[in-house]
Design a protein around this ligand. Structure first.
Ligand SMILES: [Zn+2]
Length: 310
C-alpha cells in the first residue's frame, strides 16, 4: 500500500481535501480508504492506494467471471456484437481508417474481437492471465498479460489506443498516458471512457455515489483534469461524448437506499416496483442533463499533436 497521500499524480500538488472515508461496498472486502481531492488540479484519488499486486484481491473471481463471456464470443453473430460495439467502431473510424489498434484492459475481449473481424490489426493488454491466454489462443488476438509499461511496444506502433473503464484503475494515470504517447504514432487517436466526477450527484451522494467505487477506482476525473493530463503527453481533446448508463442509476439508488433508508436489496436483478420507478426517474433526469457535462460517464477522443510540447 502507498500509505503517504503524497503528491498528486497529475500536478504534483501536496494539498488535498478529504471528501470522505469509505470502504468496498460492492464486494465488502475489508479495508478503509480515504478519498482525496487535489486542491490544485481537482484530481480525486484513493489513499492509501492498493498496489498493482494488491488490486487482485479486490476483484473476487466469482463476481468477475468474464471467461464464459469471452469463450462464447465466436458463437455470437457480428450483427449482435455490432449492436453493442458498432457505435464505438463507427466513431473511431471518423478519425482513423482501420489500422493498428491497442486496447488496454480488454476484459472479455469483445471489443478487440469485433474490431479484428472488421479489418483492424489488434493488440491488447490485460492483468488477467487467464483472459489473455484465451484471447491469444481462442480469438487469435496479440495479447500481453500485465501492465502496459511492461509490454515493451515499439515507439509509434499504434494508430488508435483505447481504454474503456480502465484509466481510473491504473496505478499512475500520468505514467500510463506517457507510455501511450510513446507508443502512439503522430495524429493517432486516444479514446478514454471513464466516469465523470463533475456529475452533480457526486457531490450530493458522496460515499453513496456508486461511481467512486472505493477502492477499485483509484482515480476520478472530470473533463478539465483529464484534458490536462492528456495535454502533458501531447494529446489534444477533440470531442467528449457524455452518457449515463442505466446500471449507474440502479447502483446509485441501491447505495442511497442502503445507507439513507436502511433497506437492502438487489436493485439490478430483483427490483421492487418502487425501485423501478426510482431508477426510471433517475435515468430520465440524467437524459435531460447529459448534454450539459452533468452525465455520470464520458468518452474522450484525443489526437496526438504533430509537435508535442508536453
Ligand atoms: Zn493535482
Amino acid at each position: 500500500m502507498d500509505v503517504t497521500a503524497g503528491k498528486c499524480d497529475l500536478c504534483g500538488g501536496g494539498y488535498h481535501e478529504l471528501l470522505f472515508t469509505g470502504s468496498d461496498r460492492l464486494f465488502g472486502t475489508p479495508g478503509s480508504f480515504q478519498l482525496l481531492k487535489c486542491q490544485d488540479c481537482g484530481l480525486i484519488f484513493v489513499s492509501p492506494r492498493p498496489s498493482f499486486e494488491e488490486m487482485g484481491s479486490y476483484y473476487p473471481q466469482e463476481d468477475y467471471d468474464l471467461y464464459g463471456k469471452a469463450a462464447g464470443l465466436k458463437d455470437r453473430s457480428m450483427d449482435e456484437l455490432g449492436r453493442l460495439l458498432g457505435p464505438r467502431k463507427n466513431r473511431i473510424e471518423i478519425y482513423q481508417q482501420p489500422g493498428k489498434l491497442l486496447d488496454i484492459g480488454f476484459g472479455d475481449g469483445s471489443f478487440l474481437y469485433y474490431m479484428k473481424e472488421n479489418g483492424w490489426d489488434v493488440a491488447g493488454v490485460d492483468y488477467n492471465e487467464r483472459m489473455v491466454d484465451l484471447a491469444r489462443d481462442e480469438l487469435g488476438i496479440n495479447a500481453f498479460a500485465g501492465q502496459l509499461e511492461d509490454a515493451g511496444y515499439e515507439d509509434g506502433s499504434f494508430d488508435v489506443v483505447t481504454l474503456w473503464g480502465v484509466l481510473e484503475h491504473v496505478q499512475s494515470p500520468r505514467r500510463t498516458i506517457e507510455e501511450i504517447s510513446r507508443i502512439s504514432g503522430e495524429q493517432s487517436l486516444l479514446v478514454i471512457y471513464t466516469q465523470n466526477a463533475a456529475a452533480p450527484e457526486a457531490r450530493l451522494l458522496g460515499p453513496d455515489w456508486f461511481i467512486y467505487e472505493v477502492p477499485r477506482h483509484l482515480y476520478s476525473f472530470n473533463r478539465t483534469s483529464l484534458a490536462r493530463l492528456l495535454a502533458l503527453s501531447g494529446f489534444c481533446v477533440s470531442e467528449v461524448v457524455y452518457e449515463t448508463p442505466l446500471y449507474y442509476c440502479q447502483m446509485n439508488w441501491q447505495y442511497f437506499k442502503e445507507r439513507r433508508l436502511g433497506r437492502k436489496n438487489d436493485v439490478v436483478h430483483a427490483p421492487s416496483l418502487a425501485d423501478r420507478l426510482a431508477v426510471k426517474g433517475l435515468s430520465l433526469y440524467k437524459k435531460m442533463v447529459d448534454g450539459r457535462e452533468w452525465s455520470s460517464a464520458m468518452t474522450v477522443y484525443a489526437v496526438k499533436r504533430q509537435n508535442a510540447d508536453g
